[in-house]
Design a protein around this ligand. Structure first.
Ligand SMILES: [Zn+2]
Length: 120
């Protein structure tokens, strides 16, 4: 699988960040990872976060652009952001696959991983 392209200071990710009210956001569109509030380096230094977004890329490839977006928005409307099935899968993959993205370093303490919006 080719490397995804990482886009810093993305206006789209900024919109998502304002909507979600979080400090930083990564947002997958196809094979692009759009960042707002975090640099590429900060993102890549968090293997849990990278593994989470790579799962979204896999989902995007499985369902296609429209299929992914449709299911994502439907899941959001039905279950709230935290319980979107794609997000639950990605949180699990973030923990399961983090070692793949640790770049030869020991895995950081899971408590330090990037936090998305909470189930509140
Ligand atoms: Zn996610």
């Amino acid at each position: 699988m080719s490397q995804p392209r990482i886009i810093e200071n993305s206006p789209l990710a900024r919109l998502a960040r304002l909507k979600l009210g979080t400090r930083s956001v990564a947002m997958v569109l196809g094979r692009q990872i759009h960042l707002s509030g975090a640099t590429k380096e900060e993102f890549l230094n968090d293997p849990y976060w990278v593994a989470h977004e790579m799962e979204h890329i896999r989902q995007f490839e499985q369902y296609g652009r429209l299929g992914f977006l449709w299911r994502y928005l439907l899941g959001w409307a039905r279950h709230g952001y935290y319980n979107i099935p794609f997000e639950a899968q990605a949180r699990e993959a973030g923990r399961r696959n983090a070692a793949l993205y640790a770049r030869g370093q020991p895995l950081p303490d899971p408590a330090t991983m990037h936090q998305g919006p909470k189930n509140s």
